[in-house]
Design a protein around this ligand. Sequence first.
Ligand code: HEC
Length: 110
Amino acid sequence: MNRQFLPVVKAGVLWLCVGLVSGCGNKEAETGSLLYQQNCKVCHAQGINGAPIVGRSVAWEKRLVQGEDVLVQHAMEGYGLMPAKGGNSELSEPEVRLVVRYMMSQSGKE
Ligand code: HEC
């Protein structure tokens, strides 16, 4: 193949992948993950103030049984040392829900 066309082909493949990923409904998981990195990770990666560490199931066992709705409500309104919406008042309920889903999906395994 002519070398000049290689970047064009690569860009095409990239777009195809992006299209496939969003087509497969991963967009919500991606958004949840992104918003988590931006708003929640600062406490939830290391357990600051006793925040349950995302990815560590022991920390989440008793919280997961409350169910998604209660967890979302606590994240929205604040809970103990957990500030409402992690301190970002701009977040909407659906956004907080996506993050909580992301956290739950990461925290029931190991
Ligand atoms: C300033 C630190 C901090 C930030 C930022 C933060 N959290 Fe928390 N979070 C906590 C702490 C501390 C707890 C434990 C509260 C307790 O159990 O008393 C907690 C607990 C939780 C819980 C469990 C509530 C329950 O009912 O057991 C959820 C869900 C949660 N946080 C979601 C989030 C989400 C979503 C974000 C980002 C939008 C976020 N947190 C950002 C500190 C934080």
